[in-house]
Ligand binder design. Structure first.
Ligand code: WQD
Length: 338
């Protein structure tokens, strides 16, 4: 079966393409290269020896999406990563997010709706839970009012898919990621944030390599043991493998409901300061950081209850945060030619 991976040259997308190819899936990638580059395709080939089909398409162009599916009419599975994902930017430019994250989702589902059987895996986020009441977070934790248009597009996206599965041959899995980090052990692919990194790990590695002066730790006055926020940092390779498990579940019709939801995390929370200490240990570098004020919109704590993913999806995160940090550091050094 040929599977379409949208955003397949992105951070999580490229790692998922590698794992899909490792499992024998034929992959075609759509990417608009707005947040990636063709070098990533070379990286995938360097790892697997197999070159996926690639088409540079802006999914906001409905005609281009229709043309793609005319050409690739044997695609009956989509893993949909392509989306804008910067929380702060979404507040400044909501319509960009609603068009790019939701308009494109509708066009893709419209291409699958007339197939007898089709499979759709959606890149969602733990952000839908906001600050959950209870830790670790289960899939039936209440969905909070979104704190940003980005988070809202994940919530609405889940609803669009759920409604569509009710009246079509599409079965779907919604994967709610916690915090994806790290890179492939080969250092052929990894995280390539454009401009100033929003996320913690790339900012840490860019500071350690001297690209950034200093890391700002956004607040140490949270109600946690060391005062800094807690997150569930999951190795991107573990995350990628969960997508293959999810696709196989749908293709083999093992899913109980037309649409299922899984939290993808390690089940363990780490504070910002714990991550910094772990990074200093694995890299042997002293990190230059300072505590500053809180970042608008940050929640105190989020880490996954992984029971459902372990027992139902048959998937478990294997790689510890130290491995994720070590691989992220190796990747940063390679990218900067150090
Ligand atoms: C982690 C922790 C920050 C940067 C976001 C999105 C989520 C997903 C992952 C897309 C927080 C602290 C960070 C820095 C810091 N994105 N931090 N200094 O905010 O948990 O999740 O990215 O799918 O949907 O919400 O991740 O890496 O930005 O922050 O102190 O320079 O690190 O305050 O506590 P976050 P993050």
């Amino acid at each position: 079966m040929k599977v379409l991976v949208t955003g397949g040259l992105g951070f999580i997308g490229s790692h998922t393409v590698v794992e899909l190819q490792n499992e024998g899936f034929e992959v075609v990638i759509i990417d608009d290269l707005s947040n990636s580059s063709l070098d990533v395709l070379d990286g995938i080939v360097a790892i697997t020896g197999k070159k996926p089909d690639f088409e540079q398409i802006d999914l906001r162009e409905k005609a281009s999406v229709q043309e793609f599916f005319k050409k690739h009419n044997d695609v009956s599975g989509i893993i949909h990563f392509a989306a804008s994902k910067a929380v702060g930017e979404s507040v400044q430019n909501p319509l960009l997010y609603y068009e790019n994250n939701l308009g494109t989702l509708v066009y893709l589902l419209q291409e699958l709706q007339n197939k007898d059987k089709a499979h759709f895996i959606f890149s969602s986020s733990c952000t839908v839970y906001g600050q959950a009441e209870k830790m670790p977070i289960t899939e039936d934790a209440p969905i909070q009012v979104a704190m940003s248009p980005y988070g809202n597009t994940k919530q609405i996206g889940e609803e669009i898919i759920t409604d569509t599965t009710k009246v079509t041959g599409i079965n779907a899995i919604l994967l709610r990621y916690f915090n994806p980090v790290g890179s492939h052990e080969s250092t052929e692919i990894g995280e390539l944030p454009k401009g100033t990194p929003q996320n913690l790990i790339p900012f840490i590695t860019q500071t350690a390599i001297g690209l950034r002066e200093q890391l700002s730790v956004f607040g140490d006055d949270y109600p946690t043991a060391d005062g800094t926020c807690i997150r569930d940092y999951i190795h991107v390779v573990d995350l990628a493998k969960a997508h293959v498990k999810a696709l196989k579940r749908l293709v083999n019709n093992e899913n109980v409901d037309k649409v299922e939801t899984f939290n993808l995390g390690t089940g363990k929370g780490n504070s910002v300061l714990e991550v910094i200490n772990a990074f200093e240990k694995v890299s042997g570098k002293k990190l230059n950081y300072k505590i500053v004020g809180r970042r608008e919109g940050d929640i105190t704590e989020a880490y996954a209850n992984t029971t459902k993913a372990n027992d139902v999806l048959g998937w478990k995160a294997e790689l510890p945060i130290e491995e994720a940090l070590a691989s992220a550091w190796k990747w940063e050094q390679k990218v900067r030619g150090k």
